[in-house]
Design a protein around this ligand. Structure first.
Ligand code: HEC
Ligand code: HEC
Length: 325
């Protein structure tokens, strides 16, 4: 028992130390090519400039600020962030990693038509959506310093990339439809085996010394019901290629679909486009097999907890070191 406890504590401490290295930007995810995921051969992948090799120019300084916001969003842009996530939590290695929706590949594809809001979006407008949904926050106004810095960072990463090209490694590699319908109950078992050690069994993530080391996957401090990650196909694609952390490709496609269904059928903050009724909000924004919003899972009506909570910046939230139980 004692040995077991010691080993368990050592594991958790090790995991937190590993996470702290991540936070400090010392570790980057390196992984074997994901079998089955459409990982492009390294030679064909666009290579952004070496990390942080910014020129000492006004543009270089703006791009450097953008990197800082990207990796530490809640601290560098607290006025726009309403949860415990950072851009880098989903766009890994400071937005550089292929198949983790890298910013160099995104930048060259804008302006772009998006069905989500049915008009042509600029790159800044695309990022406004991430603040509103993925960060459960507020969209910075177009032209705001925060968006200009983030856009400069993405433009710098894309130095030399052909504009308008869909570069290998863009986005998260889509998975084929699941052989058997994604099942949250099966996904729960996958979660406990492969994910809970870092993200905690209640999905709330883990903090160390007041800093979030493993980000929350559901609950009030995670992405909201309007986020791309709340759609099971996006989550399954991200997870298959990138999780467990640094072990992309380890799960089978079916496991990735099932665990995505599990995560995306847990409670999370209301969709900020909420119309006043769950059924109407589902009909208007979630009329898709990929969204569990408005469904009853394990006795809970997803999205059924009333209007969006008022925005409050990260500092006003309870201490982040709180022990996830
Ligand atoms: C919870 C995970 C998550 C977080 C946090 C997040 N994003 Fe995203 N982001 C996604 C997903 C998922 C997509 C793809 C969504 C889709 O296709 O609908 C995406 C897409 C994008 C794209 C378009 C990529 C492309 O190739 O077209 C940009 C740009 C982007 N995010 C920027 C950001 C920025 C900037 C932040 C921080 C302010 C951020 N994201 C935070 C999950 C996240
Ligand atoms: C070794 C620890 C570890 C394990 C195990 C792990 N993750 Fe993660 N996960 C992370 C870290 C760290 C990040 C943030 C990456 C970054 O910021 O560079 C992350 C990010 C994520 C995100 C995007 C951010 C968010 O909070 O929504 C999702 C979704 C996710 N993980 C799902 C999973 C799933 C599903 C599993 C199990 C199949 C899993 N993870 C296993 C460490 C882990």
């Amino acid at each position: 028992m004692t040995n077991f406890r010691t080993a368990a504590i050592a594991l958790v401490v090790g995991v937190l130390v590993f996470g702290a290295g991540l936070l400090a930007g010392r570790l980057t995810p390196h992984r074997p090519a994901a079998p089955g995921a459409a990982a492009p051969p390294a030679s064909k992948t666009f290579a952004p400039p070496p990390d942080e090799s910014f020129p000492d120019t006004p543009f270089g300084r703006e791009a450097a600020l953008g990197r800082e916001i990207f990796v530490d969003t809640g601290r560098a842009a607290p006025q726009f962030v309403g949860n415990d996530l950072r851009c880098v939590n989903c766009h890994l290695d400071a937005g550089r990693l292929p198949n983790a929706s890298p910013m160099w590949a995104a930048f060259v594809m804008f302006p772009q038509y998006r069905a989500k809001n049915a008009h042509v979006n600029t790159f800044q407008e695309r990022m406004q959506g991430c603040f509103r949904f993925s960060m459960n926050g507020k969209a910075p106004p177009l032209g705001d310093k925060v968006l200009v810095a983030l856009e400069s960072y993405a433009a710098w990463l894309a130095t030399g990339a052909p504009h308008g090209a869909k570069l290998p490694g863009q986005g998260y590699p889509k998975l084929a439809a699941a052989a058997s319908a994604p099942d949250p109950a099966r996904g729960r078992a996958v979660y406990q085996t492969y994910c809970a050690m870092c993200h905690a069994s209640d999905g709330a993530g883990q903090s160390s010394a007041g800093a979030v080391v493993f980000p929350p996957l559901w609950g009030p401090r995670s992405y909201n019901w309007g986020a791309g990650m709340s759609q099971m196909d996006n989550a399954a694609a991200f997870i298959k290629a990138n999780m467990p952390y640094s072990e992309g490709g380890r799960l089978t496609d079916q496991q990735a679909w099932d665990v995505a269904a599990y995560i995306d059928s847990r409670p999370r903050p209301q969709d900020p486009r909420y119309t006043g009724s769950v059924a109407a909000t589902r009909a208007k924004f979630h009329d898709s097999a990929q969204s569990m919003y408005g469904k009853v899972v394990d006795g809970v009506l997803l999205g059924g907890d009333g209007p969006p909570k008022p925005f409050s910046p990260p500092a006003a939230h309870p201490p982040r070191g709180a022990n996830p139980s």
